[in-house]
Design a protein. Structure first.
Lengths: 625, 189
């Protein structure tokens, strides 16, 4: 690391001399957190587009199961012979769509981008604890993406056992085409991905705990940092467990052990494996898998907290409650995994325990939802595109979260397990909510990343198409699920009770296609604005956090001269008696009249008078001195 | 960077290592719970044999290697670079010896007819535990080699000591990790 760090003395503005950076060290093997963040983001966007196209492909099959689309054969060859997607390939599409979206887009694309960008910026650090490990983290991720994509180019096709890769289907190469080489690539890719996430997460935690600037105690950290910090802890404790699960699965597949396999007959042939337990895999998988959904959603919660407060021009409502609810979600996330396994023949008592822990998660989640609404309440709201996406995120978090209460009940779950109800639930609460959190982050921090603004009108257009589209796609699925329509089925025409839902599928698919096309507006906006966007000012949103005190132009080390000292929390918006409606964290208390501290006005008669004048004008309660 | 920033950054890096070890430990914790759940699933499961004596020898070897590393670290502290190099070399040899003995132990198990591919996966788990640990030992050996190379490059005192400190934490961790695995397996044999 020492080779790339610039030496800074007070008053030295030499940050602009770039240490003879070459193209390779600046853009490819960069160790600068800002560049790595951009690498994560752009790779994440590419993966998102790829995974979205996969979803459109299987949506086409679901809407028109009896129609041929010769164009599909041109692109997909033998997997769409005669213009119709084959059942095996349909399963691959579903599997890789889920894997890429959950892991590559919403884990690495979201956490990787914004933890890297904002942790050093908002804490006042020159870079991560270990910039080298940070770089490694990206390249492991990149290799994982390449391997996963490469599985489309092998003879037997990509993995097809669902993103949860349950054995025995995933463990027996002869079972379906997708369990061949494609599955091996899936496992290797996932192994690399986990290494990437663990070394990335280690860096995030260490940076948050060790590299905060002067004055930045934990309770002065923005909620974004709290969410990235807790997300990284969840990842550090849960991802290694998936390594164990994946390694054992690899041995079962490729060496012939029997960790997960027993009593199998494939194609009339009895397999030699005996004594294994597929349930063991489910335990190991969901011990990661459930925390994983919080790894996906918590950064989105953090980003939107920041954006909603900034654009409501109001302090975040219940800062401490927001932090404690994140901590609550973090702890609970480790003791609920059994709710994915209610139908595995689990002891009903154990199921009851998992049910209770699961339902308790509704408490911190509701705290967050109410605090968002209370922050918006009577705020001086600025509906920037980022703010629209943040509010959209809250909407999805609520509407998707409510169905979680149904699914968390063991008795109900037995009926709606593995139906479209589940698909609707998690696509709203974790899929749409976190993608909206991510997009909100992109629109809000774009000026910080690229020094330019994105086009607002395209942003609104993108928002409305995506927001309405997502509801049209996922809302009907609730009703299909309650009617008992199972997920992952190839064609609805084969079962009389499902046939009536083909018409609903038609609506869903059209909505998906239109919302999918809407993303072109985003892609255009994102990539074109890098060169043609309006030049950004240093603090375009009037925000309090430290990243907006850095110069627009990037250089390794972030601040020319000394790193600023922090005096206050990041949510002093619209404070009476201040000439602006925001007070950056770097402004000492002595320079302003009021802050959001307890006993704010103690002993300051003049401050109290001004506050009360303001309160009177705004019909608020009058404070007593 | 100011000295203060360098020190702060060192602290952060050391912290990274501790966090990384928590991650590694979680992996073995997952394997342990997998083993317990699997072994409890039937009376025909379980290790069903005594662990090879070789594991006791390898335990002794790795403990001694931890000691020799500790003395190498002390030598680095008192700037006795020659002594440090010699002790590091001894540690490296002991590390390799540990590796070899573990593989020998696999041979003993195989002679008893206890193979990795096994319908009683409790026995396969013995290989997984030891194998995954050996994978980490390889990383440890690379770290040791890096330390030895470092002593030839006339390092700055602080850099050398910091590197030795990190390497020491990791090497002692591998030692403790093995003792955990060994005791865990002993209790279940």
């Amino acid at each position: 690391m020492s080779s790339t760090v610039i030496s800074h003395n007070a008053g030295d503005h030499g940050g602009h001399d770039h240490h003879q950076e070459t193209f390779l060290t600046k853009y490819i093997f960069s160790q600068d957190h800002k560049m790595i963040a951009k690498q994560f983001l752009i790779t994440g966007i590419i993966m998102a587009v790829f995974a979205m196209v996969l979803s459109i492909l299987f949506r086409i099959q679901l809407a028109w199961p009896d129609t041929d689309f010769p164009i599909l054969e041109i692109f997909l060859g033998k997997w769409a012979e005669g213009g119709r997607i084959k059942p095996d390939f349909f399963l691959s599409l579903v599997t890789i769509h889920g894997t890429m979206m959950v892991f590559f887009v919403l884990t690495a694309g979201l956490s990787g981008t914004f933890s890297n960008l904002l942790i050093p910026y908002q804490l006042g650090a020159r870079d991560m604890a270990s910039p080298f490990m940070n770089m490694l983290s990206y390249w492991f991720f990149f290799t994982a993406c390449v391997l996963m994509t490469a599985s489309f180019f092998v003879e037997s096709g990509p993995a097809a056992a669902g993103w949860t890769v349950y054995p025995p289907l995933s463990a027996v190469p002869k079972a379906i085409a997708g369990s061949g080489l494609g599955m091996t690539l899936w496992l290797v890719s996932m192994f690399l991905f986990i290494i990437s996430q663990v070394i990335g997460g280690v860096n995030y935690i260490s940076t948050v705990l060790n590299l905060r600037t002067k004055g930045m105690d934990l309770w002065k950290m923005p909620l974004t940092i709290w969410s990235f910090f807790l997300t990284a802890i969840v990842g550090l404790l849960s991802f290694p467990v998936l390594v164990s699960a994946v390694v054992l699965l690899f041995f079962d597949r490729s060496v012939g052990t029997s960790f997960y396999l027993s009593d199998l007959v494939v194609g009339g042939e009895i397999l030699p494996n005996e004594g294994g337990s597929p349930i063991l895999f489910q335990h190991l998988f969901w011990f990661l898998g459930h925390p994983e959904v919080y790894i996906v959603v918590m950064p989105a919660l953090g980003l939107t907290s920041e954006v909603i407060s900034t654009n409501s021009r109001k302090p975040i409502f219940g800062y401490h409650a927001m932090v404690y609810s994140l901590v609550g979600i973090t702890v609970l996330s480790f003791i609920v995994w059994g709710h994915h396994m209610f139908v595995t023949g689990m002891n009903p008592f154990l199921g009851g325990v998992f049910m209770i822990t699961t339902l308790i998660i509704a408490v911190p989640s509701a705290v967050k939802a109410f605090n968002y609404i209370a922050t918006l309440w009577r705020g001086n709201i600025r509906f920037t595109p980022a703010m629209m996406f943040a509010v959209g995120m809250v909407s999805f978090f609520v509407s998707g979260g409510l169905t979680g209460i149904y699914l968390g009940n063991a008795t109900l779950d037995i009926n709606i397990h593995d139906t479209y109800f589940v698909v609707a639930h998690f696509h709203l609460v974790m899929g749409s909510a976190s993608i909206f959190g991510m997009l909100c982050g992109v629109y809000h921090w774009y000026p910080k990343m690229f020094g330019r603004m994105m086009d607002e009108r395209l942003g609104y257009f993108h928002f409305w198409l995506t927001f309405v589209g997502a509801y049209l796609v996922f809302f009907p699925m609730h009703f299909m699920g309650i009617d008992g329509v199972p997920r992952r089925y190839y064609a609805f025409t084969e079962f009389p009770f499902m046939e009536k839902w083909v018409s609903a599928n038609l609506l869903v698919t059209w909505a998906a296609i239109i919302a999918g096309l809407g993303q072109v507006a985003f892609l255009w906006n994102f990539f074109a604005s890098i060169w043609t966007g309006k030049k950004a000012t240093q603090n375009p949103w009037g925000s309090n956090t430290l990243e907006w005190t850095t110069p627009v132009e990037h250089f390794h080390g972030n601040w020319p001269g000394e790193i600023p000292t922090v005096y206050r929390w990041p949510y002093d918006y619209s404070k009476p008696g201040h000439h602006e409606d925001f007070i950056p964290q770097t402004v000492p208390f002595s320079e302003t009249m009021s802050s959001n501290l307890a006993h704010d006005f103690d002993g300051d008669e003049e401050a109290l008078r001004i506050q009360n004048e303001w309160n009177k004008q705004n019909n608020r309660e009058i404070l007593e001195g | 960077m100011t000295t203060e920033e360098v020190l702060q950054r060192r602290k952060a890096k050391k912290f990274n290592l501790w966090l990384g070890m928590i991650g590694m430990f979680m992996m073995f914790a997952a394997l342990s719970s997998g083993f317990i759940v699997y072994t409890a699933s039937g009376v025909d499961k379980g290790i069903k044999t005594l662990l090879p004596v070789a594991f006791a020898y390898s335990t002794a070897v790795i403990i001694v290697s931890s000691l020799s590393f500790h003395f190498a670290y002390r030598a680095a502290k008192f700037e006795q670079i020659g002594k440090q190099r010699l002790l590091l070399f001894i540690t490296l040899v002991l590390g390799i010896a540990f590796f070899v003995i573990q593989v020998e132990a696999w041979g003993v198990l195989a002679e008893r007819g206890i193979y990795f591919v096994n319908n009683n996966a409790s026995q396969s788990f013995v290989y997984v535990f030891t194998g995954m640990h050996l994978a980490h030992i390889i990383a440890g050996l690379i770290v040791l080699v890096r330390c030895i190379i470092g002593t030839f490059r006339a390092p700055k005192f602080a850099d050398n000591l910091f590197r030795m400190e990190l390497a020491g934490i990791f090497w002692h961790f591998l030692d403790l990790l093995w003792i955990y695995i060994y005791v865990f397996l002993l209790l279940n044999q």
